[in-house]
Design a binder for this molecule. Structure first.
Ligand code: PAF
Length: 284
């Protein structure tokens, strides 16, 4: 395992890579869990060199408190990654990533119109900014992203193509705790009571999938199904839905009719105050 904190150090390591190499890149903000480890395993299977970045990107936080409370556990992260023999960790500081304060504005062609977009203004702009900066430094052949951040994955896939990166964006399935809660660095911030109740989110999403399979399209509209999920989750005292959206999985447009999309995803953001959890499930 090698750790570098600057692009220069990384290029010195890159020079030593074998002649025929493919770089698999796993960008993270640290506080690693088994969800991240599954991305690393996938990268290891597909590429002979794997780089994991650990960088809490300030430009994607629209809330100062959220940025301040985001868990930072570099030592534990390195320990967790030490199970992999040949791995490069890129853990830069803010000045290394943003030597100048220039904020480019990206047009995401409407993919940021719903879901997280309007609720976290500037978030996806910050994500695209940091991912493109990391792509420029790391120069990967493949990059691995979790499906838990469904909208992020769609935006990065689209923007990477649009910006001309010759990088294969590889989606990896959401990894869940045994009770169904999607693994997330933010789970560490839940109180024990919140942690106990949080799996109800995925339970409601799974029941929605069951209802979709058995009742849609005749007996229930996308709006009715979304409202039903809101009701199920809001029944729980410690949970409060921010949104439940049933979207066309390609355009991320909110669906009015089931027949408007070939692939359909139900996306959720729920508060266990002040922690905000997101999850999603494929309906079709
Ligand atoms: O998903 C994340 O952890 C972050 O949004 C990412 C892709 C590492 C960019 O900071």
């Amino acid at each position: 395992m090698q750790i570098c904190t600057s692009a220069e150090q990384y290029y010195n390591i890159l020079r030593l890579f074998p002649e025929e190499y493919t770089i698999g890149f796993v960008p993270t903000m640290g506080a690693l869990h088994q969800g991240h480890i599954s991305l690393v395993k996938e990268a290891k299977q597909k590429c002979n060199k794997v780089v994991v970045s650990i960088f809490v990107n300030p430009t994607q936080f629209n809330n100062k408190q959220d940025l301040a409370s985001y868990p930072r556990t570099l030592e534990e992260d390195c320990k967790l990654l030490s199970e992999f023999e040949d791995i490069t960790i890129f853990a830069p500081n803010v000045d290394e990533i943003y030597p100048e304060i220039t904020i480019s504005q990206y047009d995401m062609d409407g993919l940021d119109k719903n879901g997280e977009g309007p609720r976290r203004p500037g978030h996806f702009n910050g994500v695209v900014q940091v991912v493109s900066r990391l792509f420029d430094i790391i120069k990967p052949h493949m990059a691995f992203f979790g499906e838990k951040d469904f909208q992020q994955l769609a935006i990065i896939t689209h923007m990477s193509k649009k910006m001309g990166y010759p990088i294969q964006i590889t989606p990896c399935p959401t990894v869940r705790e045994s009770d169904g809660l999607a693994m997330s660095s933010r789970n560490k911030l839940l109180t024990s009571e919140q942690r106990e109740i949080a799996p109800k989110i995925y339970k409601a999403l799974s029941l929605a999938k069951y209802l979709y399979d058995t009742e849609a399209p005749e007996a229930i509209t996308p709006k009715l199904l979304a409202d039903w999920v809101v009701e199920q989750i809001n029944k729980e005292k410690l949970l409060e839905v921010e949104y439940i959206e049933i979207v066309n999985a390609s355009s991320l447009e909110i669906l009015n009719n089931w027949s408007d999309a070939e692939h359909i995803q139900l996306c959720a953001a729920v508060f266990a105050h002040p922690v905000r959890l997101i999850d999603n499930i494929k309906l079709k």
